[in-house]
Design a protein around this ligand. Structure first.
Ligand SMILES: Nc1ncnc2c1ncn2[C@@H]1O[C@H](COP(=O)(O)OP(=O)(O)OP(=O)(O)O)[C@@H](O)[C@H]1O
Ligand SMILES: [Mg+2]
Length: 242
C-alpha cells in the first residue's frame, strides 16, 4: 500500500479544438473521499469531468489513478481501471429495461457476479428493484438518475465521477440522491461530483473545489466553505452578511 492519492491530477489542460477550457488543474482525491466541484455556468466543470472520464483528450498535464498513469486513456480503459462516470445527460438506454441497463453496466463481470451486483444494488435502490423489467424510458427523472448511478456502480468503481446528479429532479429526490452518494463512503468509493445545487451538496461531501474560468480558484473542507460568506454570496446563492 502507498499513501498516494487514489486520483491525482497535475497541470491538466483540455478544451475543444482551438478553444482551451481547462488551465493547469491540480487535484488530489483520496480513497473514499467525496469532492464537490462547483462554480459558475461555463466554468469548465463538465469539461473537467469529461477529461477525467476520457471523453475529452487532455492537451497537457497528467492523471494517475491508483498510482498508475492513465493520461489520455480511452473511456473503456479508464472504466476497466476503476473509474465510474455518470454524464450530465443521456445517461441511460431508454429503450432497454432497467435490468438490461444494469447488465450493460456490469458487462465485464461474470454472469454470477453480475446477478449478485443487481441484487445488491436493488437493496440500495429499492425503486429500481421494483422496476427491473420496466423500460428505462418510462422511469421518472429521479428514477432514471438512480438507474444511471446504479449502472455506473455495477463494476464497483474506486472513484465515481458524477455530473449534476440532481439536475431536473424534485427536491425530495435530490436529498435522496445526495444521501446515496454520501453512502458510497461506506463502500470506500471516492466521488467527484459537480452540482448546480452546490450549497446543499456541500452538506454531503468532504471537500469543495471552486472552479472558475477553467482554473481551480480555491479548495477547502466543505464546512469551511459553507462558513465563508464571500463564497456563499458569489457561488452558493446564499445572502452575504450586511
Ligand atoms: N463540445 C464542445 N465544443 C465546444 N465548446 C464546448 C463544448 N462543450 C463545452 N464547450 C464550452 O466549454 C466551456 C465550458 O463548458 P462546460 O460544459 O465544461 O461548463 P460547466 O462548468 O459544466 O457549465 P454548466 O454549469 O452550465 O454545466 C463553455 O464555454 C462551453 O461553451
Ligand atoms: Mg456542466
Amino acid at each position: 500500500m502507498t499513501d498516494a492519492p487514489l486520483l491525482h491530477v497535475a497541470g491538466l489542460e483540455a478544451g475543444y479544438g482551438e478553444l482551451q477550457i481547462l488551465f493547469g488543474i491540480d487535484l488530489r482525491v483520496d480513497r473514499g473521499e467525496q469532492i464537490l466541484v462547483f462554480g459558475p455556468n461555463g466554468a469548465g466543470k463538465s469539461t473537467l469531468i469529461k477529461a477525467l472520464a476520457g471523453q475529452v483528450a487532455p492537451s497537457a498535464g497528467k492523471v494517475w489513478l491508483d498510482g498508475r498513469e492513465v493520461t489520455g486513456r480511452k473511456p473503456e480503459a479508464l472504466a476497466a481501471a476503476g473509474l465510474g462516470y455518470v454524464p450530465q445527460v443521456a445517461n441511460v438506454f431508454t429503450s432497454m429495461s432497467v435490468r438490461e441497463n444494469l447488465e450493460i453496466g456490469g458487462v465485464r463481470l461474470s454472469a454470477r457476479r453480475r446477478r449478485a451486483r443487481i441484487a445488491e444494488l436493488g437493496d440500495l435502490f429499492p425503486r429500481l428493484a421494483e422496476r427491473l423489467d420496466q423500460r428505462a424510458g418510462t422511469l421518472s427523472g429521479g428514477e432514471r438518475q438512480m438507474l444511471a448511478l446504479a449502472r455506473a456502480l455495477m463494476p464497483e468503481p474506486s472513484v465515481m465521477l458524477l455530473d449534476e446528479p440532481s439536475a431536473g429532479i424534485a427536491p425530495a429526490l435530490v436529498t435522496r440522491i445526495f444521501e446515496m452518494v454520501a453512502g458510497l463512503r461506506e463502500t470506500g468509493t471516492a466521488v467527484v461530483m459537480v452540482e448546480q445545487n452546490a450549497k446543499q451538496a456541500l452538506g454531503y461531501v468532504d471537500r469543495g473545489v471552486l472552479l472558475d474560468s477553467g482554473r481551480v480558484r480555491l479548495q477547502d473542507g466543505a464546512a469551511a466553505l459553507c462558513d465563508r460568506q464571500d463564497i456563499g454570496a458569489l457561488y452558493l446563492g446564499t445572502e452575504a452578511a450586511s
